[in-house]
Design a protein around this ligand. Sequence first.
Ligand SMILES: [Zn+2]
Length: 264
Amino acid sequence: MEHLIGLLIVVLAVSGSGFAADTGGSAGIGAVLSESRSYAVPAPQAGPVPPAIPANFPSFSRKVPRKLRRQVLEDLAFIQTVEGSDATPLHKKIFGPAPVNGRTYLNFFTSHVKSITVGDCGGGPSAIACVLEEAPKQMRLGAGYIEFDCPQIARLDTLFHEARHTETRHDGWPHAICPTPFKDEQGNDVRGLFSGKLMAGLDACDSTPFGSYGFSLIMLKNIQKFCANCTEKVRMDAGFYGDDNFRRMIGKKTRKAIKEDIYE
Ligand SMILES: [Zn+2]
C-alpha cells in the first residue's frame, strides 16, 4: 500500500470562477491529510526574464508531459529571480541570512526534491500533489495540479509545501488535525474558501511554524512584504495564499509567533 505525505486535493468551485483545493495530510508519514485551500482566478504572470535552471535540477519521469515540465521549470525559474530587501526572523531561521533571495529558494527545492513525476495521490482526480513514503524525495503531481489553472504563486505554494514534506528527518513534517469545532478569531467556522467545507477535524492544520503550511506561509508573506522586483500581482497573490496558510496554523503559541514575525 502506498503511503502519502501531504496530499493535496482540489474540489471544483460551484461558481466556476475559482476552485477550492482540499489538502490531504496525516498524522505522520503514511497518513493522509485532509485540508482545504483555495486558488483564486487564474491570471497571467509577468516578471523578469528567468535565468537558466541549474544542472542539479530534479529529474522528470518520462510520464511528465512536456507542457507540465515547462510550467514547473518556468515557475521555479521565476522564483529564483526574486530579490528582497529584508526578511523576518522566522524566514532567517528557515532560509538563512536576510534578505529574501530567490536563489536560496531554488537551492532549497533542488536540495530536497530529487525527482518529479505524475500520478495518483490517492484522492481521486482532484488530488493536487503528494510525497509518498516509499519515495520520500520524489514529488508526485496529481491531476488536480495539472488540470486547474491558478496563479503561479499558488503553484509555487504547492511545490514548496511538498518540498518541505520531503524532510525525512522530521518525518515529513506531518500535519496536525484541525480542532473541532474550528473557529477563527471572530468566532466563525473555518471553511475552505471556495468549497465552503468545514475544516474542523481534518488533517489540514499545522501546530508549528516550521511544518509545510507554516514554511510556505513564511516564504510567501516575506515575498509579499519584501520582494523588490515582483509585480504588484505577485505580491498580492503571495499575501493571499500566505494568509490562507495562516488560517491552518493552530495553537496559541504558534499563531502568536507567526503574528509577531510577519503580521505585526
Ligand atoms: Zn501537506
